[in-house]
Design a binder for this molecule. Structure first.
Ligand code: NAD
Ligand code: IPM
Ligand code: MN
Length: 361
């Protein structure tokens, strides 16, 4: 059987709670399917590691990660370290340097759960979107600085970098994602009315790349108007592509509209497959519920389903998604989705569902 080695970085807050739930589910799936085995190796990077070593990761972070087929990440961020230190110390020290340039964030309403939009009088349809986030450039390029610190004339810059190469590769990726979906529909999000350089380049590259995908219907939206369209006509959207910062914001909105941040996952892909890709929930460390055992594990479990799909285990991915859907449909939901189950109960229910699906084959 095929054998995979995955780096597990649960990191901070309730990251360890959701990552261990996801690993439990994947191991159950591997045991039932018998077609693959998967070994998760724990990497202790995070805020506790930082307090001990003065840094969030080892110096040879990329070399260490390249030993694995994939990376499963929990969440980083702690109440006693400034967020920009922890995030640039760990997660952003991986995404850019490993060139995981395609951040794919599927969002959909699971059966049995409530979308915020489902019962509006327009009879809005359930959400089924794929958000494609450029993951290395824009405001996340790391360029910027502060001068005259503490003075009244202090100046701070946060430079948004956009390159032709960076835009072209994410645009081509997004058009292919759209092309592979039934609706073949892509919306390109920018802000090219007020932002006259990078955003105008985005529009131009979109037009150029679109010529190679004549069967994909595509349109452009300004990001402010896009928030309104997501709420008022969710059924008019399918695949969506945009900049690093715009899609960071829109993906939280999308998750909340579809039901909860607790189901939203993020695949940080290197489409060239030179480097291992990283899979993680979209949410952060959730200080308010850490240690209470009530976290929704679905986002992280869905992350592992996408990871299996990326590794070539399409059948295992489909089985796992079916199990998640059945459990949601049966009403085994955490509080964020309006239910009363805790993390353990949802995890257990998904494992039991996998057993049922396995014996039915
Ligand atoms: P958050 O995503 O941690 O939490 C927002 C809200 O959603 C909270 O009320 C939380 O309880 C709820 N929530 C999130 N995930 C949930 C789940 N699985 N089940 C149930 N409820 C869930 O966002 P925040 O409060 O803005 O950030 C907290 C910390 O996490 C900060 O340090 C932030 O920088 C960091 N952060 C990290 C990541 C990451 O590691 N990828 C992502 C976002 C934020
Ligand atoms: C996300 C998060 C990250 C981001 C943070 C943790 C750096 O909000 O993955 O959506 O801003 O990209
Ligand atoms: Mn975010």
């Amino acid at each position: 059987s095929r054998n995979y080695k995955v780096a597990s970085i649960p990191a901070d807050g309730f990251g360890p709670e959701v990552v261990s739930a996801a690993i439990e589910v994947v191991q159950k799936l591997a045991e039932i399917s018998k077609t693959f085995t998967i070994e998760f190796q724990h990497i202790p990077w995070g805020t506790a590691y930082y307090k001990q070593h003065g840094k969030y990761v080892e110096d040879n972070v990329l070399e260490v990660l390249r030993r694995y087929n994939a990376i499963l990440f929990g969440s980083v961020g702690a109440t006693d370290v400034p967020d920009h230190i922890s995030l640039w110390g760990l997660l952003l020290a991986i995404r850019g340097p490993l060139q995981l340039y395609a951040n794919v964030r599927p969002v959909r309403t699971f059966p049995g759960t409530l979308s915020r939009l489902r019962d509006t009088k327009s009879g809005a349809p359930d959400i089924d979107w794929v958000l494609v986030r450029e993951n290395t450039e824009g405001e996340y390029s790391g360029h910027g600085g502060r001068s005259h610190r503490g003075q009244k004339w202090e100046v701070a810059t946060e430079v948004a970098i956009f390159t032709y190469v960076g835009i072209e590769r994410i645009m081509r990726f997004a058009f292919s994602v759209a092309q592979a979906r039934p609706k073949k529909l892509l919306t390109v999000v920018t802000k090219s009315n007020s932002m006259r350089n990078g955003m105008v380049l985005w529009d131009g590259v979109a037009l150029e790349v679109s010529r190679d995908f004549p069967d994909v219907k595509w349109d452009k939206m300004l990001v402010d108007a896009m928030t309104v369209r997501m709420v008022n006509s969710p059924g008019s959207l399918d695949t969506i592509v945009g900049t690093n910062l715009h899609m960071d914001i829109l993906s939280d909105l999308a998750a909340a509209l579809a039901g909860s941040l607790g189901i939203a996952l993020s695949s940080n892909l290197d489409p060239t497959r030179k480097n291992p890709s990283l899979f993680e929930p979209v949410h952060g460390s959730a200080f308010d519920i850490t240690g209470k055992g009530v976290a929704n594990p679905v986002a992280t479990i869905w992350s592992t389903a996408e990871m299996l799909g990326w590794l070539g285990e399409g059948e295992a991915k489909d089985t796992l998604m079916q199990a998640i859907e059945n459990v949601c449909n049966a009403g085994v939901l955490t509080a964020d989705l309006g239910g009363t189950a805790n993390t353990k109960e949802v995890t257990q229910a998904i494992c039991e569902e996998l057993e049922k699906l396995g014996t039915r084959k």
